[in-house]
Design a protein around this ligand. Structure first.
Ligand code: GLN
Length: 455
């Protein structure tokens, strides 16, 4: 059973931070299956979900991979969690992640780095590292991750999974602990496109509790995936993004995978082309992303001060509040998080705001306009998901420049708000690696059809 696998593997792989008691989960599974038998519906009846530990599940801790929230227990369910339950799924546990979703390798977690099950000396990718490891090692059936700058796509692409970052606003963020609100989405991770589509079908849709939620009603994602698997992608216009194929930072075998994916889609009926994002977009999207993400993070993480959230320790005599806040934040935040809060506050401060934050917003507009223009001509843009195979544990985590460079191909979709997914298309150095497909806003059906054709 899944519990036996977890028992055997997870001490080493570290996919989970919290695992629900077996008896409780098994009882809920029986109940879900029975209700499905009685009333029908419930397409996910009894399936076990691994939930990234940044999403609220009532009664369970929400650590966000941080010591700051080690003892924080959720008092309500995130909308995605209630929706998964309505579809019959059962939460198995909360998964390991980079602290507050800041990272690309899973290593900034305060609970120890997860390992890549395909090659345990390497990272699984982050920040949704634990969900990816749980799925890849058979320790869950369905998964939820979040993607602010690639955190669903990166670990999916490094562990042989399918992962999808939805259109901004398609999936409710109610009950998600914010890192950078304007960029992030909760999304599905799975071992095949049907599962991926079913999770998305369950969690997508308008939510009055999320002011950025879109009024999308059209679902039928499963049908789209199945159409792709059965009939291919006749007439779909697919373009490879040229710059990534010429970029020195993109590993040669990753380039070959993108070419292979293009050929597979061509064989499945797609019309192939090539597009150019332009030098500007390629050069500035990564810096723009990190400026915006850090700025928003510095504001979102202000609430962890040891009074409103975080451990409430008795203030020392004569210690002022500012000293108290600083002491708590110094003790309970990790290094990456502290660095981002400081840089983010600095980039928002008067005098620097125009130079950094405002310029990054302008750049974001340029990226978005360019991507949307290309998506008028083509239905799918094809690109690497990750630019290299996964690094060894410890190889990049202390070198921000190297770690951030891994996100070169993923942040574009977040800056633009468009949906993007990864599908495994080949093996590099013994690890199944994925490529990235980008579609126009609310183009999830197109994405799933193409993913189906690649499966
Ligand atoms: N690696 C990126 C970052 O650290 C993206 C993380 C994410 O998508 N949550 O910001």
């Amino acid at each position: 059973s899944i519990y036996e696998r977890i028992e055997k593997l997870d001490r080493y792989l570290r996919a989970y931070i919290t695992i629900r008691p077996r008896k409780e989960v098994e009882a809920e599974v029986r109940q879900q299956v029975e209700e499905a038998r009685r009333d029908g519906g419930r397409p996910l009846a009894g399936l076990l979900v691994a939930v990234k530990d940044v999403i609220h599940v009532k009664g369970l801790p929400v650590t966000c991979g941080s010591k700051m929230l080690e003892k924080y227990i959720a008092v309500y369910d995130a909308t995605v969690v209630s929706k998964l339950r309505e579809a019959g799924a059962v939460v198995l546990g909360k998964t390991n992640m980079d602290e507050f979703a800041m990272g690309s390798t899973g290593e900034t977690s305060a609970y120890g780095a997860s390992r890549n099950p395909w090659s345990p000396d390497r990272v699984p990718g982050g920040s949704s590292s634990g969900t990816a490891v749980a799925l890849a090692a058979g320790m869950a059936t369905l998964g939820l991750g979040t993607d602010t700058g690639g955190s669903i796509r990166m670990p999916s692409a490094w562990t042989g999974l399918y992962g999808l970052k939805p259109t901004y606003g398609l999936v409710s963020r109610y009950g998600l602990v914010s890192y950078a609100d304007s960029l992030e989405q909760i999304g599905p991770m799975a071992r095949n496109t049907r599962d991926l589509a079913l999770i998305l079908e369950a969690i997508a849709g308008f939510d009055p509790r999320d002011s950025t939620s879109l009024p999308e009603k059209l679902k039928d994602y499963l049908k789209a995936a199945e159409d792709g698997i059965r009939d291919g992608v006749n007439g779909l216009r697919v373009a490879v993004i040229k710059e990534f194929m010429e970029h020195p930072g993109v590993h040669e075998s990753v380039k070959m995978l993108v070419e292979r994916a293009a050929k597979l889609l061509g064989d499945a009926g797609a019309m192939l082309g090539e597009v150019s994002l332009g030098r500007e977009v390629l050069e500035y999207s990564l810096p723009a992303y990190y400026v915006i993400a850090m700025a928003e993070a510095s504001s979102n993480l202000a609430r962890y001060d040891g009074v409103r959230y975080g451990p409430r320790e008795p203030p020392k005599p004569w210690e002022g509040w500012n000293t108290y806040y600083s002491r708590i934040r110094a003790a309970y935040f990790g290094l990456e998080v502290k660095m981002r809060i400081m840089l983010g506050s600095w980039m928002l401060s008067s005098g620097y705001r125009d130079q950094y934050y405002i310029r990054a917003l302008k750049m974001r507009r340029i990226v978005r306009d360019r991507v949307l223009a290309l998506l008028k001509e083509f239905d799918i843009l094809l690109a690497p998901a990750v630019v290299t195979p996964p690094p060894l544990l410890g190889e990049v985590v202390d070198d921000p420049e190297k770690m951030y460079a891994l996100d070169l191909a993923t942040v574009i979709a977040n800056l633009s708000g468009v949906p993007a997914a990864t599908a495994p298309t080949g093996i590099i150095e013994g690890i199944p690696i994925g490529v990235q497909l980008i579609a126009r806003p609310l183009g999830e059906h197109t994405l799933l059809r193409a993913l189906g054709a690649l499966e």
